[in-house]
Design a protein around this ligand. Structure first.
Ligand code: PEP
Ligand code: MG
Length: 571
């Protein structure tokens, strides 16, 4: 039996059979030029054959589901029409014969360009077609390559997914019922796939380096996502030991949940900290309250846009947001406007690949550059605010101008709702995330513009220490105890309090027991985290003295390194 060591990114213990996943949204696409005209004829014939077999496959599907699902058959029929579309064929023909390039590349280039043009359209129907055309392009490429599109959405049995990496857009759609655990070569505790795994309560070990080369489909694994170990084909004794450990752990978690669900997070000397939940999908809200959340502190709305299918229209968004508001029964819901970009790529929303996506067209930058998309989301959030307390939050603000512009769009969205006689909360609170060091440093200038701050430490850490949050090779540097990070948090919290607004922390450090005393001492009013962590963190806060925490934080702020802070905490 071999044991691999990585980072436990979503706590738990699971065992099961390996399912190697090598897929992603788009396969590796070969690109080559040919010289002879016969080669062009061959590529064109390959393209037509791929279209024909894909059309036949869809026609068979239509026959099978015709009686049961009209919406799905309508969708399949419209996809068949697109596959046979003359304009698509003409453009691919032109690409093959004028650029002398292979059919896979022609299909990719043409479908992507068409999708991007459609997406920019003012017409909602045409914008919806953008996703369809991109999907058709992908299907044709798989046909031409002669491979199946790998899917995580429908798994036939319980498995442990082993992959090099899984993008957040693939992870959001995975078949949660059948995924027992994740074991990945790449990734770290703050990458978005790790965040999703925690929300779905799927144990995960990441940053394993080369597990994909060590196992094959059907191997048996134990994933210990507490210690970060993965056992390959373990002996019987080890299996029994872990089965027992998993049972004991479940029991103790359940009893902590029972005792902590309805109590407040209040220190021994009476300082109250509000505990809220981070969610990615509206369906998670109910569970958050079962774990004892006092509201939703961060609804990562971009996952609505990353899930397979078309970008959601206003009505779909409104339904998702209002579902969370209804389940919250009067508790506040903070909806963050989309944080698309970085590692969260919605393929048709993008024009070109970026060299440094994490420093690029991400979050509020993307929303401000797409006012219609942004205001559609703002209207949907505003309308949901008519049903209960909602707060709007902007991601990745880096300076005053961005925040001013975002707030201006919010005012415009309010006027649009008014003109349509749509109800919304006129006093809706708008706040900003502080997750870029520049925003933290000028937090005193931003605070008077908003009603609250929420510190996104995952990104604040990434941008202040210059460590890609998804890169396992540099994750050793990403310590939240780095005094630079602590000082940025302190600057932000002080600026908020001086301006009389509240400040939350909503990054992954809120779930880390070793950070709770520091965050309490630094003065966080609110902590927002994955639901499952709530009972544990409440119980830690109830064991602390706020006065001692303040002294600790003061000493930590004067330290010169993360290890000095760590040593301080040990004492
Ligand atoms: C953060 O950056 O800390 C945060 C909460 O946002 P996200 O993890 O979605 O980037
Ligand atoms: Mg962030």
């Amino acid at each position: 039996m071999e044991v691999l060591k990585g980072t436990a990114t979503s706590s738990g213990i699971a065992s099961g059979e390996v399912y190697i996943w090598t897929g992603g949204e788009t396969p590796e696409i070969p690109r080559y030029k040919f010289r002879r005209i016969e080669d062009g004829e061959r590529e064109w014939a390959r393209f037509l054959a791929a279209v024909e077999s894909e059309v036949k496959r869809k026609e068979r599907q239509v026959e099978q589901i015709l009686k049961t699902n009209k919406t799905e058959t309508d969708l399949l029929k419209s996809q068949i029409m697109m596959l046979e579309d003359i304009e698509l064929h003409d453009q691919i023909h032109e690409h093959i014969f004028e650029k002398n390039e292979n059919a896979e590349w022609a299909a990719w280039d043409v479908s992507r360009a068409l999708a991007q043009t459609l997406f920019k359209s003012q017409n909602a129907y045409l914008r919806e077609r953008a996703i369809d055309i991109a999907g058709i392009g992908n299907e044709l490429i798989y046909r031409l390559l002669g491979t199946e599109r790998p899917v995580l959405e429908k798994l036939a049995k319980d498995v442990i997914i082993v992959a090099h990496d899984i993008s957040p857009s693939d992870a959001i759609g995975m078949d949660k019922k059948h995924v027992r655990a994740l074991a990945l070569d790449a990734g770290s505790a703050v990458c978005h796939t790790a965040i999703l795994a925690r929300s779905f309560e799927i144990p995960a070990v990441m940053g394993l380096g080369n597990i994909t080369q060590k196992v094959k489909n059907g191997d048996f694994l134990i994933v210990n996502a507490i210690s970060g170990e993965v056992f390959i084909n373990p002996d019987e004794e080890t299996v029994k030991h872990y089965q027992k450990t998993a049972r004991t752990r479940n029991k103790s978690m359940f009893s902590k949940l029972e005792t902590m669900r309805d109590v407040e997070a209040i220190t021994k000397d009476g300082v109250r900290i509000t505990i809220k939940a981070n969610i990615e999908l509206s369906g998670e809200a109910e569970k958050a309250y079962q774990y004892g959340a006092q509201g939703i502190g961060l609804y990562r709305s971009e996952f609505l846009f990353l899930a397979p299918g078309r970008p959601p229209e206003e009505e779909t968004q409104y339904l998702a947001y209002s579902a969370v508001v209804k389940v919250s029964k009067g508790a506040p819901v903070t909806i963050r406007t989309i944080d698309i970009g970085g590692d969260k790529i919605a393929p048709t929303l993008y024009e070109a690949e970026e060299k440094n996506p994490l420093l690029g067209w991400r979050a509020i930058r993307f929303s401000l550059a797409n006012p219609e998309l942004f205001k559609t989301q703002l209207r949907a959030i505003l309308r949901a605010s008519a049903l209960g307390p909602v707060r709007i939050m902007f991601p990745m603000i880096s300076g005053k101008e961005e925040l001013e512009l975002a707030l201006k769009f919010l005012e415009e969205a309010k006027l649009e709702c008014k003109s349509k006689k749509q109800k919304f909360d006129k006093n809706i609170m708008a706040g900003t995330m502080i997750e870029v060091p520049s925003a933290a440093i000028i937090a005193d200038s931003l605070a008077p513009m908003v009603s609250f701050f929420s510190i996104g430490t995952n990104d604040l850490l990434q941008y202040s220490i210059a460590v890609d949050r998804g890169n396992e090779k540099v994750s050793y540097l990403a310590s939240p105890m780095h005094p630079a990070v602590l000082r940025l948090i302190k600057i932000t919290l002080d600026a908020a309090h001086n301006a009389g607004i509240t400040a939350a922390v909503c990054g992954q450090i809120t779930e880390d027991c070793s950070m709770t005393a520091l965050l309490t001492g630094l003065g966080a009013d609110e902590l927002s985290m994955t639901a499952i962590a709530i009972p544990k963190i409440k119980s830690v806060i109830r064991s602390l003295s706020a006065k001692e925490c303040r002294e600790l934080a003061e000493n930590a702020l004067n330290c010169g390194s993360a290890s000095e802070v760590k040593a301080l905490l040990k004492n």
